[in-house]
Design a protein. Sequence first.
Length: 462
Amino acid sequence: MYRVYFDTNEGTDHGYGLWLDASKRDLSDIPGGPQEGMRIIIYMTGELEMEAVLAFESEQNVWIAQPVPETVNHSKTSCVVLVERSESPSYETNKKQGDRMALIANIESALYRIPLPVTLSDSTHGEITAFELITCRIRDADGAEGVGYTYTVGRNGGATADILRREIPPLVEGREAEDTEALWHHVWWALHYGGRGGPAVLALSALDIALWDLKARRARLPLYQLLGGFDARVPCYAGGIDLDLSVDALLKQTDGNLAKGFRAIKMKVGRPDLKTDVAKVSAMRKHLGDGFPLMADANMKWTVEEAIRAARALAPYDLTWLEEPIIPDDVAGHARILQAGGVPIAAGENLRSLWEFKNYIASGAVSYPEPDVTNCGGVSAFMKIARLAEAFNLPVTSHGAHDITVHLLAACPNRSYLEAHGFGLDKYIEHPLVLQDGLALAPDRHGHGIGFDWNGLGTLAA
């Protein structure tokens, strides 16, 4: 099936469709030329409108595409004329090195349950023994592939994988792979009524990451350069999931992270007894010394008043930020904590759209917006969130998926720290994240550069 465009500016609207003079068009991009009965896809202004069957009208010297009724998406159109793809402005703008853009041929998704080497814990999710990895592999008509993924802390991965397997392929297969913005909006609104968050936006995130990976690979560029490029060296911190560790165990873990090259560290807080949190933060500050970047993450544990009290108790220890002190739904509460607590606030790993971040930023509720590329809507949404933060003179940080996010922050002049997350994929990827003097290095490989060990992951398929 072939994708074609027609130009409404040159057509004549007869109230039942658009007719164009095919004699003025070159139809050579269809191998063998157009033929009676050939099935095609008709696009108008970049949006999928219908499937159609070709027929030649000899009296008017035009090829007519008769819509397949159940696919018509435009109430006024009953017949249109085939137009060469190369006359579409989007084609001329985007073609690279003489190559035509390629259509999405197929999508392959999979779900894996990856055991953790040690049990992790925080104040809200409890003990975490494994995480779920949901992958998305997109192949275009030229055989090129892009890979994306999302993850959970152990539940709901099946719902996300099912959306990638059943709902998304019919929405994107046959469409232009490089039209990332159009594809994002098409999928977002198609899933919106039953989605708008949760598994639907996780699935969209994995899809969008795969599309950007494919786009960068086709452009023969590292993803961070395709996104604009700022500095391939990104400050990076070790994100510990360590609420239940003793002080001795916490300091031992910290020494291990220092030995790996980290020059900033985040720890968990949110114990039932605030004194225990303060004692641990105090021990960490003494161990690391003054001025060493130290963050604390409460994982939504407290009420607003409890969070203000905790922030004031922790303020003497010079935290870079206090993360997620309360539930993400309480924007006004975050603003109160920021104003009254005396500590910068990071939040965003549980926000699922650009518009939710807008509410936080515009309300003065966050010091460090913290999107997660695997659940905020993918690369497309993450970069918009980062630019929004920049417009408000705020630094942006990140949550999770450090192998991808290093590229995104490497393209942001307002980046602060990349989180190296506890759910690492080092065992299952060819090139783990590289640290140098506390900086994560965005790789120069084409795309995001993550090469999965698919055979190894296969043994963990869920």
